[in-house]
Ligand binder design. Structure first.
Ligand SMILES: Cc1cc2nc3c(=O)[nH]c(=O)nc-3n(C[C@H](O)[C@H](O)[C@H](O)COP(=O)(O)OP(=O)(O)OC[C@H]3O[C@@H](n4cnc5c(N)ncnc54)[C@H](O)[C@@H]3O)c2cc1C
Length: 285
């Protein structure tokens, strides 16, 4: 990661907030929005959860001091959800207390299926307490997500729709890619028609094309939704969408705890593993 040429650097903006802000500026200059994610998840001690919260607070301050867009993504297990729900909620409230008055939008990322219920519960509770600059993520891979979508749409809250990055058992999730894609398309259409400024987060050109087609047919204006993509993935497609006046937001991960995120990106595309192996062989040879 420390070498700018390392393969991990394709997916992660750097270890420091300064590097993330620099990446964010370049993204803004290309006409796109962004959301910053301070990497970290699954903390098991109160100290780690407080440390992550403090780091998020300083990220909020650094963004405010810069000229980049005020938008964060975070994971509840990073804030102590595995210790207990109250710890994660307290820590999230601290972050919201600093971020909301400064005009931030805060997205709760969705982790693997055992966290789906509690993540939505926390979201709904805070929404009910008037925290309206927040949004959630739903994963098309989970059978439950279409019902969850009705629940979130009823609130009028913003959803980021993803396929789902975690290996899930067949008791809770579609195993076949075609089934995930079909669920994504159904949810995408529901969101475009009934959702509140949905974020369609995918690099799948076929689904993106279907979203564009559906929006055209239904007379849904291009500023009523956005596409989202991950830092370093399908930059060509990002640029094409911007050229065609679609809104595109890039998820910019940074920080020292990059390993689990990086492994998920490798798992999504076997060709990435070959890049890493070639890199290692190149280094040792
Ligand atoms: C902005 C954003 C936020 C996300 N937040 C969450 C979240 O909170 N929870 C969650 O579970 N998941 C999240 N994800 C990940 C998501 O669930 C998928 O795992 C990921 O987006 C890959 O699926 P895909 O929709 O791009 O489709 P795929 O069918 O997997 O990929 C379509 C095409 O995209 C390209 N591509 C996809 N992945 C890679 C890769 N790793 N390296 C290189 N090229 C690739 C390839 O060209 C591929 O053919 C997020 C994704 C995005 C874009």
């Amino acid at each position: 990661m420390r070498r700018p040429s390392s393969f991990a650097r394709r997916f992660i903006a750097g270890e420091k907030i300064e590097e993330a802000i620099e990446a964010a500026r370049a993204i803004q200059a290309r006409g796109m929005g962004l959301t910053l994610d301070l990497l970290g998840e699954s903390v098991t001690t109160l100290d780690e959860a407080y440390a992550a919260t403090r780091q998020y607070l300083s990220v909020v301050d650094a963004i405010v001091a810069s000229d980049i867009e005020r938008n964060l993504s975070l994971k509840l297990t990073q804030l102590g959800l595995d210790i207990d729900k109250a710890t994660a909620v307290d820590n999230l409230r601290k972050i919201l207390a600093r971020a909301e008055p400064a005009g931030f939008f805060v997205r709760l990322d969705m982790e693997n299926s055992p966290y789906a219920d509690v993540t939505l519960e926390i979201f709904e509770t805070l929404w009910g307490h008037g925290h309206r600059q927040m949004g959630v993520v739903l994963q098309a891979a989970l059978y439950r997500s279409e019902r969850d979508l009705e629940r979130v749409n009823a609130l009028g809250a913003r959803v980021r729709l993803v396929k789902g990055a975690y290996q899930e058992p067949k008791s809770v999730a579609y195993q076949d890619k075609a089934d995930v894609d079909r669920a994504y398309e159904r949810m995408m259409k529901t969101l475009l028609t009934h959702g509140t400024y949905p974020a369609l987060a995918t690099h799948d050109p076929a689904l993106i094309e279907r979203a564009r087609q559906w929006a055209r047919e239904q007379g849904i204006a291009q500023d009523r939704f956005e596409f989202q993509m991950l830092y370093g993935i399908r930059r060509d497609l990002q640029a094409t969408l911007v050229r065609e006046s679609y809104r595109v937001r890039i998820y910019v991960p940074f920080g020292r705890e990059w390993f689990p995120y990086f492994m998920r990106r490798l798992g999504e595309r076997p060709a990435n593993v070959m890049f890493v192996i070639r890199g290692i062989l190149g280094e040792s040879g």
